[in-house]
Ligand binder design. Structure first.
Ligand SMILES: C[S@@+](CC[C@H](N)C(=O)[O-])C[C@H]1O[C@@H](n2cnc3c(N)ncnc32)[C@H](O)[C@@H]1O
Length: 285
């Protein structure tokens, strides 16, 4: 029984995850890959990692493919992740959108939403702000990993997950305690969010006219051509007065000139650049 992967199997799996999710995993990450695949092996009852890869290569087993993609994604997230941008959302971005939308509709996309803390944080913020009473609001929340989308839809979190960034006042107001250490987010908040499995690289965005897109802590897993492809796609569906919110270590700089950045209290957001500003095709880095 082998517990580490042969080199050709390692190469196969790095190509597999690049092809199916755009995620760049180099062979130096063999320890991470093997650790994660061991869990898949356990689920499908295949203790030998190299046999598991053979099965993946030869059977076309869709369920196995899904399990492998799920296992090789990194789903780290938390409530109101990074204080500053969420403060800026509350104090500047959402009030600006309220003024810019006389039709009283708001379409938001949390792309790569993981287990739902990001779109639910936003839904709670919208509710708390009180600026959007009687508005028609939809938050689309998508992710490539099946397991996280299912969990997000249930809206059930452990005490540990709750403790990562959720203020106690919101726990009291918007959650119901289930058996054990589990908490479920209220139906009214769940109803504001539509979860869907979705590959940000290959699938069409969930709506054609978006006011706010959160694409946070996911571009870091992609190479320059994939980042360009994703930002181009977002640019196409973002309203001229809309905002793009990236992760704190992410930027459009050096990838595309289709966005200009705007700063609010030290947090950076991106908006579609005026057409006359687009001087040259973007260079890949
Ligand atoms: C680190 S989490 C970020 C979650 C959340 N946006 C945040 O900032 O807390 C990255 C997420 O990107 C998802 N992901 C990776 N590749 C993807 C793809 N091609 N399409 C959609 N989601 C993808 C992963 O499944 C994972 O849940």
């Amino acid at each position: 029984m082998s517990t580490s992967l042969y080199n050709d199997h390692l190469e196969y799996i790095t190509k597999f995850i690049y092809k199916h999710a755009g995620i760049v995993l180099t062979q130096e990450k063999s320890y991470l890959i093997e650790t994660r695949l061991r869990e898949v092996a356990r689920i499908v009852g295949e203790p030998d990692l190299n046999q598991l890869i053979e099965r993946l290569k030869t059977t076309g087993d869709v369920q196995l493919k899904t399990l492998v993609v799920d296992a090789l994604t990194t789903n780290e997230t938390m409530w109101f992740r990074d204080r500053r941008p969420f403060e800026a959302l509350k104090n500047h971005v959402l009030p600006a959108l309220q003024k810019a939308k006389p039709d009283r509709t708001l379409r938001i996309w949390s792309a790569a939403c993981s287990t739902g803390q990001e779109p639910y944080s936003l839904a709670i913020m919208l509710e708390e702000l009180g600026l959007f009473k009687h508005w028609d609001i939809t938050i689309y929340a998508t992710d490539i990993a099946n397991k996280v989308i299912q969990k997000a839809g249930d809206g059930i979190y452990t005490q540990f997950e709750i403790s990562r960034g959720l203020p106690a006042k919101y726990l009291v107001k918007y959650f119901q305690q289930l058996d054990g250490d589990q908490w479920q987010i209220s139906r009214s908040i769940r109803n504001m969010v539509r979860f869907q499995r979705h590959n940000i690289l290959t699938d069409l965005p969930p709506h054609r006219h978006l006011d706010l897109v959160l694409c946070r802590n996911v571009l870091i897993y992609f190479d320059a051509p994939s980042k360009q492809q994703i930002l181009k796609k977002i640019h196409k569906v973002l309203n001229p007065e809309g905002f793009l919110m990236l992760g704190s270590s992410e930027s459009t700089l050096g990838i595309t000139d289709q966005f200009e950045h705007v700063q609010f209290d030290g947090a950076i957001f991106f908006q579609p650049a005026p057409a006359e500003q687009l001087v040259k095709p973007a260079l890949a880095v």
